[in-house]
Design a protein around this ligand. Structure first.
Ligand code: GDP
Ligand code: MN
Length: 351
């Protein structure tokens, strides 16, 4: 089977049948995955969990993207793990390449330097492409254009608990545009000039938003807080706005996707700070989630709490601790910002 740039492969329920009137309140939404052929095993793990915990109730379609063609083996294997429609797409090379005007010698030098300084992924050009793609292009992909909302998942993520309601419907009904489960502090060496450029953009465009304060220290510097974008449920309206586009183009014009190692997560977050109001952001506290070593879940106050309190909370599995109250977490900042009372859980599983 030949895979040319705009060929794709469907599997599962007929395309967009869920869009016909949506009698069951299903939203115009897709599950979005960027992945490599070599991520198959880890992605199968993630999708098995995602289907079991959530999507088998809703059958939201998947859009799975790659910068190179998927192998037939990848597509047929992955399709076995969901009854939903899956569409596989190729990313146009202009969305995954170094833009004009970048000095390639300097770009290479900074990657060498990053490696010497142990900047995580700092020596990887493909990682820089990935961050730029998720900052300015994923929402422009032809397969994405018809959707209003997306839920981003990644290979190897885990979902700990069943989710019995539709998070997309929650977003829609409550006028939310961006949401997160994990918020933490960015590694400063990856974004030396991102905050400064963001402030310059804000000043040049006369922007002021109360939510931007979530990201600043008392002295006006960046507190490094951001929302981890490996989980995102958000509205494309947020990204497909003139202001976001202008912000991305400004950031891109600095060249710093390739001179520094800007992540898409702090960019999405600072954009939320610039363009959204606090009530348009949602913390999915009830979703138990893991990416890499970091988890968000409700840490019980004692061993018995999960047995006694049987409400809709997602308790951490044994031997898992939530990152929420670790020193590099921004959940305390978030709870303080929204004046939500909190206390650090006293109980911890013996690890
Ligand atoms: P981390 O989450 O920051 O540790 O980075 P990951 O390695 O998980 O990459 C983030 C996402 O981008 C994952 O969904 C990866 O599968 C995907 N990704 C990263 N690099 C590439 C790449 O070069 N090509 C493709 N197609 N996907 C990539
Ligand atoms: Mn990841």
């Amino acid at each position: 089977e030949e895979i040319s740039p705009w060929t794709w492969h469907h599997r599962g329920s007929s395309e967009d049948s869920y869009l016909n009137g949506r009698p069951d309140n299903r939203q115009n939404a897709a599950i979005v995955v960027l992945t490599r052929n070599s991520d198959l095993r880890e992605l199968v793990f993630a999708i098995k969990q995602f289907e079991k915990r959530i999507n088998n109730k809703f059958n939201y379609p998947y859009v799975v993207l790659n910068d190179v063609p998927f192998t037939v083996d990848f597509m047929t294997t992955l399709s076995k793990f969901t009854a939903s429609n899956i569409t596989f797409g190729l990313i146009p090379s202009s969305h995954w390449s170094i833009p004009e005007g970048i000095n390639m010698d300097i770009s290479l030098q900074t990657r060498i330097q990053n490696k010497a300084n142990n900047v995580i992924y700092g020596d990887s050009l493909s990682y820089q492409h990935m961050c730029r793609f998720y900052s300015g292009f994923f929402y422009k992909h032809p397969l994405m254009l018809k959707y209003e909302f997306y839920w981003r998942i990644e290979p190897d993520v885990d979902y700990y608990c069943n989710i019995d309601y539709d998070p997309f419907l929650y977003m829609k009904q409550n006028n939310k545009l961006y949401s997160f489960v994990i918020s933490l502090k960015e590694i400063p060496t990856t974004i030396p000039s991102l905050y400064e450029h963001t402030l310059r953009y804000a000043v040049d465009n006369n922007l002021s938003s109360s939510f931007f304060n979530f990201f600043s220290n008392k002295d006006g510097s960046y507190n490094l807080c951001h929302f981890w974008s490996n989980f995102e449920i958000a509205s494309f309206k947020f990204f497909r706005s003139e202001l976001y586009e202008k912000y991305f183009n400004y950031l891109d014009s600095t060249g710093n996707f390739y001179y520094e190692r800007w992540g898409d997560a702090p960019i999405h977050s600072l954009a939320a700070g610039l363009f959204l109001s606090p009530d348009q952001i949602h913390f999915f506290d009830d979703i138990g989630y893991r990416h890499d070593k970091f988890s968000h879940c409700r840490q019980p106050q004692n061993q018995l709490e999960p047995l006694i309190i049987n409400e809709n909370v997602c308790y951490c599995p044994p031997n898992v601790e939530t990152i929420d109250f670790k020193p590099f977490s921004c959940i305390p900042n978030y709870l303080d910002f929204y004046s939500i009372p909190w206390s650090k859980p006293q109980f911890s599983y013996a690890l």
